[in-house]
Write a protein that binds this ligand. Structure first.
Ligand code: ACM
Ligand code: ZN
Length: 785
C-alpha cells in the first residue's frame, strides 16, 4: 500500500471512530480487550434474513447454533444455517463461520472481519471460533439479553472492522467452592456461561471439603449419604456454629449425581471450558472421616461441621494403606467422569498434629526414611501423583505441595502470595497464579460497613485489574511456567446464588482481561468505561453483581524534568462526580468538582468523595501531602520491596503522601526479610539540613521497626559520608500500632545524593507468634529539608 493511501485509511479510521460514536452506533466495548481492532467504514446490518454459513468442520462445533439461538432470543427470528457456497464473495447478508489452516491464527485465536456485505469469522480450532462469536455478540447492544421483547430491534447495525485476537495465557480460570455452601446444577451452568462469555476456559470445581462432600462416588455411598449433609445452623455466624449434637438431624447439603456431572462436563465442553475437579487431601476431609472414620489416624467418630473447622487436625492417616486404596478408588471414578488433563488434589493447610502422635504415620516416616511430617505429606502427594500419572492425567495442588519436596510432575497453584508460583517455576514446574491478595473473590470489594458480610480483606475491582500474573523475579526461561491466573470463590460467607454472583462479578470480568489481553493494553479507567454496558447486560440477564467501591483514589504524579507535581483523583465509578477540598474541611456536593489533575504547590490535605443526589456514597478519602526537597526526585533502589506491599512502587518513598496507621492503606511499602536501601538524586547539589524516614510498627502483623536507619550524603554518588545511624528507640514488644520517625537534623550540608539504609529487624523474636520467621519493615516516606 502506498504511504498516502495508508494515511487516508488511518485518517478515515480515526474520523470514523468519532463519527461512529456521534451516530450512536455501538462503541467497541469488547471484554477482554482484543489484541487488535481496526475500524473500517460502513456497517453490517444483522436482521432476520441474515444467514449463518457454516463450514463442515465448523458444524462439528455448537458455536453457530449458540449464536442463532441467542439472536432468536433477542427478538429476531432464528437465523438459518447453511453450507458455505464455493464463492464466498457471493454471500451477502451472511455470517461465515469457518476454519482456516492451522498456524495461520494462534491457538484459541480468531479473526473477525466485518464488512457491509458479510462477516467472516475464522479460527484454526473450535475454541477460537467460539471466542470470535463471543466478540461478535459483544458488538451487539446489551438489550439483546432483555426478556422484554419490546426493547429489542428488528435490525442491529454492527460497525465494520477487523479484529485479530488471541489470549495471552492458556490457563484462564475461575474456581467455586461448593462444599461450604452447596449450589444447584443450574447455577453451575450459569457460572460456566459467565466463564465462557469472558473467554475464560477453566472451571476449577472445589467439590470436597470439611463442610460437605458433593460428588457421587458409587463405590463409597456414605460419602454422599453422610458426608454431603450437616446440621442446619445457617442462621448462626459461620465462626460460631455449634457442632452436631447426638440425634440432631443433618438436613443442610446436597451433592451432584454422576449423571449431573456428565451433563455439566458436556455443557462446559461445548463452551470450551475444561472442568478441573478438586478432591481434597490429606486435610480438609472431616466430612469423609464422618462417613469413614477408619481413614483417620485415631479412627474416632466425627461429624460434618456446619461452620468453621480450624485448625485442620482431623486428616487422613498417611500410614494406613487403606487410605490410599480409598483415594485411588475415588480418583478412578473422578477421572472417568472428567476428561480434564489436570486433577486437583488440594494439599493445603494440613495440621499434622495427628501424624506426630500416630504410630502408623511414624512407622511410615521411618520405613520411607523421611525426615519429618512435612516429608510425610510430600510422600503422600507423590504417591497420589504416581497414581494420577498412571491414568495419563496430571496433578495440581495448592502451594503447600512444595513443602517437604514437590512431586516430580506436579503443577502448583500459588495462593499464599506469589512465592509458591516463583518457587515452582524456578524448579521447572508449571504454576497457576491465584494469590489471595489479588484473586480471592470472597474478600470485600468495597467499604466493609456498606457491604454484605464477607470473610475479610479488601480486593476492589481496580486491584484485581492491576494484577500481573508473571512475577518479575522470574528469569525469561522461567516465565513460561506461569500458565495463567485464576479467581477463587470460597463460600463460607456466600450462602446463596445471588451472593455468589455478587462476589464474582464484576471482578471475574476484570480478571478475564488480565488473563487474555496484552499486558500493555490494560488501562483501568478505560476498562471501567467499557464495563458499563456489560453491567447493563447483567441487569438484563438478571444476574447480580456488586456496584463496586465508591472510594476516591488520591494519587500523585511527578514530572522529573519540570519538577511539577500533580494530584489525580479517580474512582471505579465513571459518571459520578468527585468533589474535593484542600482546606481540611470535609467536602460536600457544593465543594469544587474535580475535572483535571491539579498542581501541588505546598503542604496540603486533600479530601474527596463521591456524591449522588447530594449524598456522600461511601466515605471521604483523605491524603496528607507533605512538600519537601525529595518529592518527585529520582530514586534508585538497591533492595526490593515485596510485591504484596508495593504502595506507589518506585515513587512511594518520595511521593509526599503520608501513610495512616493502617498498613494496607496503599501508602506503605513493605519489605519482607529485606533491608531498605535507596539512593535519592536531587538532580543538583542542594543544601540539606534534615532527613527523616518514617516507619511503622505493628508487631501483631509481624511488622517491626528497623534496627537502625543510616543516612549518608554525597556530592558525586561515589564518595559518601555517613551523617548518622539513628537507632530504633522503641521496644519490639510495644503492642500499639504506631508510626516512628527516624530523624537526623544537622548543619546545612551541600549534597546531590542521599542514601538511606534501614536495617531489617531480622527474624521474629522467640516470644512472638512468628518466632524464627522473616519479619517486615514498612516505610511510607523519606522526608528531606
Ligand atoms: C486455600 O485458600 N486454602 C487454598
Ligand atoms: Zn496416622
Amino acid at each position: 500500500m502506498k504511504k498516502r493511501s495508508l494515511l487516508l485509511v488511518i485518517l478515515f479510521g480515526v474520523l470514523y471512530c468519532s463519527q461512529a460514536q456521534a451516530q450512536g452506533l455501538p462503541a467497541i466495548n469488547i471484554i477482554p480487550k482484543p489484541v487488535s481492532v481496526k475500524l473500517k467504514p460502513g456497517t453490517f446490518k444483522l436482521n432476520g434474513n441474515t444467514v449463518l454459513y457454516v463450514s463442515n468442520e465448523a458444524k462439528e462445533t455448537a458455536t453457530a447454533g449458540f449464536f442463532a439461538s441467542l439472536i432468536g432470543n433477542a427478538g429476531l427470528k432464528r437465523l438459518r444455517l447453511q453450507d458455505i457456497p464455493k464463492d464466498m464473495k457471493s454471500v451477502s447478508n451472511g455470517i461465515i463461520f469457518r476454519f482456516t489452516l492451522k498456524g495461520n491464527i494462534p491457538p484459541e485465536g480468531y479473526v473477525l472481519n466485518i464488512t457491509p456485505e458479510r462477516i467472516i469469522l475464522e479460527a484454526s480450532e473450535g475454541a477460537g471460533l467460539f471466542y470470535g462469536m463471543q466478540s461478535l455478540i459483544q458488538l451487539l447492544p446489551p438489550e439483546i439479553y432483555s426478556v422484554n421483547k419490546d426493547r429489542v430491534n428488528s435490525q442491529y447495525s454492527i460497525p465494520c472492522m477487523e479484529i485479530r485476537d488471541h489470549p495471552r495465557f492458556h490457563y484462564r480460570g475461575m474456581h467455586l467452592d461448593v462444599s461450604r455452601h452447596f449450589f444447584p446444577k443450574e447455577f453451575i451452568k450459569q457460572y460456566i456461561d459467565l466463564i465462557a462469555m469472558y473467554k475464560m476456559n477453566v472451571f476449577h470445581w472445589h467439590l470436597t471439603d470439611d463442610n460437605g462432600w458433593r460428588i457421587e462416588i458409587k463405590k463409597y455411598p456414605k460419602l454422599t449419604g453422610i458426608g454431603a449433609w450437616r446440621v442446619d445452623h445457617e442462621n448462626d455466624p459461620w465462626n460460631k456454629r455449634e457442632p452436631q449434637k447426638p440425634g440432631e438431624p443433618a438436613t443442610y447439603g446436597g451433592f451432584y449425581t454422576q449423571e449431573d456431572i456428565r451433563e455439566i462436563v458436556k455443557y462446559a465442553g461445548q463452551r470450551y471450558v475444561t472442568i478441573i475437579p478438586e478432591i481434597e487431601m490429606p486435610a480438609h476431609c472431616v466430612e469423609v472421616l464422618a462417613a469413614y472414620p477408619n481413614l483417620s489416624c485415631k479412627g474416632n467418630q466425627v461429624t460434618v461441621p456446619p461452620g468453621s473447622y480450624w485448625p485442620n487436625t482431623d486428616i487422613y492417616c498417611a500410614g494406613n494403606d487403606s487410605v490410599f486404596i480409598f483415594l485411588q478408588d475415588v480418583l478412578s471414578e473422578v477421572i472417568d467422569l472428567f476428561p480434564s488433563e489436570y486433577i486437583h488434589i488440594g494439599g493445603d493447610e494440613a495440621d499434622k498434629t495427628s501424624w506426630t502422635a500416630c504410630p502408623r504415620c511414624q512407622a511410615r516416616i521411618k520405613a520411607e526414611g523421611l525426615k519429618d511430617e512435612n516429608e510425610l505429606q510430600s510422600y503422600f502427594v507423590k504417591r497420589i501423583e504416581k497414581f494420577i500419572l498412571s491414568k495419563n492425567r496430571r496433578m495440581i495442588g495448592w502451594d503447600e505441595i512444595l513443602d517437604g519436596g514437590i512431586a516430580p510432575e506436579a503443577t502448583v497453584m500459588s495462593w499464599r502470595g506469589v512465592e509458591g508460583g516463583i518457587a515452582a517455576a524456578r524448579q521447572g514446574h508449571d504454576a497457576i497464579m491465584t494469590p489471595e491478595d489479588y484473586c480471592y473473590f470472597d474478600h470485600y470489594q468495597a467499604l466493609s460497613s456498606t457491604e454484605p458480610k464477607a470473610i475479610g480483606g479488601f480486593l476492589p475491582l481496580k486491584k484485581v485489574y492491576s494484577y500481573e500474573p508473571v512475577p518479575e523475579e522470574l528469569k525469561a526461561d522461567e516465565r513460561k511456567h506461569i500458565l495463567g491466573a485464576q479467581g477463587n470463590l470460597w463460600t463460607e460467607f456466600i450462602p446463596t446464588v445471588k451472593q455468589a454472583e455478587y462476589m464474582a462479578l464484576p471482578r471475574m470480568i476484570a480478571l478475564s482481561e488480565v488473563d487474555w489481553s496484552p499486558k500493555g493494553k490494560r488501562d483501568f479507567l478505560e476498562f471501567r468505561t467499557r464495563l458499563t454496558p456489560h453491567l447493563r447486560k447483567l441487569d438484563f440477564m438478571k444476574v447480580n453483581y456488586s456496584p463496586g467501591s465508591f472510594k476516591v483514589d488520591i494519587n500523585t504524579r511527578f514530572d522529573q524534568k519540570t519538577g511539577k507535581a500533580e494530584v489525580i483523583l479517580s474512582s471505579e465509578q465513571p459518571g459520578i462526580p468527585i468533589y474535593y477540598t484542600l482546606n481540611g474541611n470535609d467536602p460536600d456536593s457544593k465543594s469544587t468538582q474535580y475535572t483535571d489533575p491539579f498542581d501541588i504547590k505546598g503542604n496540603m490535605v486533600i479530601k474527596a468523595g463521591l456524591f449522588v443526589d447530594g449524598n456522600l456514597k461511601e466515605k471521604i478519602s483523605e491524603r496528607n501531602f507533605l512538600f519537601h526537597l525529595a518529592v518527585g526526585k529520582k530514586i534508585k533502589y538497591m533492595s526490593t520491596w515485596s510485591e504484596r506491599y508495593p504502595a506507589g512502587g518506585e515513587t512511594a518513598l518520595i511521593d509526599g503522601l503520608r501513610g495512616s496507621k493502617d498498613h494496607h492503606d496503599g501508602l506503605w511499602q513493605g519489605y519482607l526479610a529485606n533491608d531498605i536501601d535507596v539512593i535519592i538524586d536531587f538532580g543538583k547539589e542542594i543544601p540539606v539540613t534534615s532527613v527523616m524516614a518514617t516507619l511503622l510498627q505493628n508487631q501483631k502483623a509481624w511488622i517491626f521497626l528497623p534496627k537502625y536507619v543510616e543516612f549518608s550524603l554525597s556530592s558525586n554518588g561515589k564518595k559518601w559520608h555517613s551523617v548518622n545511624q539513628v537507632l530504633n528507640p522503641v521496644s519490639p514488644k510495644e503492642e500499639q500500632v504506631f508510626i516512628q520517625p527516624f530523624t537526623q537534623p544537622f548543619p546545612s550540608t551541600p549534597a546531590r545524593y542521599l542514601r538511606v539504609t534501614a536495617k531489617n529487624y531480622g527474624v521474629c523474636p522467640a516470644w512472638h507468634e512468628g518466632a524464627g520467621q522473616a519479619s517486615w519493615i514498612f516505610a511510607d516516606e523519606i522526608v528531606v529539608y
